[in-house]
Design a protein around this ligand. Structure first.
Ligand code: NAD
Length: 478
């Protein structure tokens, strides 16, 4: 753990093993933090708060800018750390770290242009709105994109003047710890950003319940989000909850098929399907379905699976054994149960190179039945279910028939269809002729069970601020 600028062991002396999901090898171990470690981290963050709060937005942003520069230099050394603990191919790990650098640069640049608000409201007097930091904030991140999601939370929280305690997932703490060291090297004062490693129950819950913690930003599963919301409600601790998704992709009959096939493959199999906004359901117009599915099957079958450290690998293993079991259980027997036709994959990969890792074959299932869990649940792995639809109304109705509402995409060049889809799709983000890309410039978050609140966008600094309106009575003529 890194608490108050010092690297420490857990108070209880226990450790969590970190395993390479491609080889099953134990690559490192980190302290299994608990309530006492959370207390120490919160105390360090509380002590660092007055000094950090006193700095201007611009000065705080400068630290993020320096960190982004250092990070860009260190990506070749950090990407293998991410690949070894998470499983993603080196190219994807490099891309994620470049994404983090871009996020930090974004917050650096907007920190320099934060301005005050003042209006003379005449009858009511002069109005001023002040924004001050909340104090100590907590961030809890999952294992699928540990670096990028760290940036989405750390960027706005630090620019706003807060100090932080961050808890990474048990399977991917190493990149987070390395990045925390980088922030320190970039000049972040000790205690401003602290990391407590350990399980959700032992370290995450005490962080949410800590009376000094004013906000918790959480990214993870719906059920964990529900638990965190319940715990946070006890002290009215603010929360941002970025939860799961079951994103639909709609391919219309006028879509550019080659582009849509490439988009579906990237949208579903990037990061081994472990992305909240991955394409998790594909709805294709009946009239082009056969041609589209044939092209898609060929591309899915051609994906090269292997150890993310090896050159030319398109897809690595699933991150952990639990995930591997969950995906296997969902797909096993799909055909026998009449839920769909497995066209590609549908099994654990066999062979010497796959024997000790959490590998699963890229899988394509067509003719999927409406009630299949493949369409109802968030399938966090490399399985793409395809459904044929009659027209756009049918596609939108099926797309919206979900408890999730994170992302959605429409693939067409027809402006009427684009307008209809953008208006009617129930999602926090709608893409047109693309899927998956999330720049820090736009707000990101879900509707329905996909979460509460937004990250990114220009309002995100306000989400980490106390906002106070001050009204000064109008002057009177003497
Ligand atoms: P998870 O909910 O199991 O764990 C996420 C984090 O919460 C981990 O650090 C974990 O240790 C911690 N945690 C677990 N139980 C806790 C508790 N009771 N109290 C406090 N902390 C607790 O999620 P995961 O399996 O690591 O990640 C995958 C999920 O994350 C998927 O559902 C995915 O869709 C979602 N996700 C959402 C977004 C988004 O922005 N909406 C982005 C990425 C991932």
């Amino acid at each position: 753990m890194q608490i108050g600028g010092e690297w420490t062991e857990a108070a209880g002396g226990a450790w969590v093993q970190v395993t390479n999901p491609a080889t099953g090898e134990r690559i490192d171990h980190v302290p299994a933090g608990d309530r006492r470690d959370v207390d120490a981290a919160v105390t360090a963050a509380e002590s660092a708060f007055p000094g950090w709060e006193r700095r201007s937005y611009g000065e705080r942003g400068m630290v993020l800018g320096r960190c982004a520069r250092l990070l860009r230099e260190r990506i070749p050394a950090l990407a293998p750390v991410l690949t070894r603990e998470q499983g993603k191919p080196l190219a994807e790990a490099t891309g994620e770290l470049m994404g983090l650098a871009h996020v930090l640069e974004h917050y650096h640049s907007i920190a320099g242009s934060v301005s005050g608000e003042y209006r003379n409201l005449r009858l009511y007097g002069s109005a001023m709105v002040t924004h001050t930091p909340l104090g100590v904030v907590g961030a809890i991140i999952p294992w699928n994109m540990p670096a990028l999601l760290m940036g989405w939370k750390v960027g706005p929280a630090l620019v706003a003047g807060n100090t932080m305690v961050l808890k990474p997932a048990t399977s991917t703490p190493l990149t987070t710890l390395a990045l925390a060291g980088l922030f320190e090297e970039a000049g972040l004062p000790p205690g401003v950003l602290n990391v407590v490693t350990g399980s959700g129950h032992a370290a995450g819950e005490p962080l949410v319940l800590h009376p000094t913690v004013k906000k918790v930003s959480f990214t993870g599963q719906v059920e964990t989000g529900r638990r965190i919301a319940e715990l946070a409600a006890r002290d009215f601790t603010r929360t941002t909850l970025e939860l799961g998704g079951c994103d639909p992709m709609i391919v219309c009959d006028d879509a550019d098929i080659g582009t849509a096939v490439a988009g579906a493959v990237r949208g579903r199999f990037f990061n081994c399907g472990q992305v909240c906004t991955a394409v998790k359901r594909l709805y294709v117009f009946e009239s082009i379905a056969e041609h589209f599915e044939t092209q898609l099957a060929a591309r899915v079958a051609g994906l090269r699976v292997g150890n993310g450290m090896d050159h030319g690998v398109d897809m690595g293993p699933l991150n952990n054994a639990e995930q591997h079991r969950a995906i296997t259980a969902l797909v096993d027997g799909v055909q026998e149960r009449g839920e769909g036709t497995v066209v590609v994959g549908g099994a654990v990969l066999e062979g010497e190179e796959f024997a000790r890792g959490n590998f699963y074959a890229p899988t394509l299932v067509t003719e999927v039945a409406a009630e299949s869990p493949l369409l109802r649940e968030e399938v966090f792995g490399p399985v793409l279910p395809v459904v044929r639809v009659e027209n756009l109304d049918d596609a939108i109705a099926q797309a919206n028939a979900s408890r999730y509402g994170l992302g959605a995409s429409i693939w067409t060049h027809d402006i009427r269809r684009i307008t209809t889809a953008c208006e009617q799709l129930q999602a926090g983000i709608v893409w047109v002729n693309q899927h998956l890309r999330i720049p820090p410039e736009v707000p990101f978050g879900g509707t329905k069970e996909s979460g509460i609140g937004r990250e990114n966008g220009y309002g995100s600094i306000d989400d980490y601020s106390n906002i106070k309106s001050i009204l000064i009575a109008p002057g009177k003529a003497r």
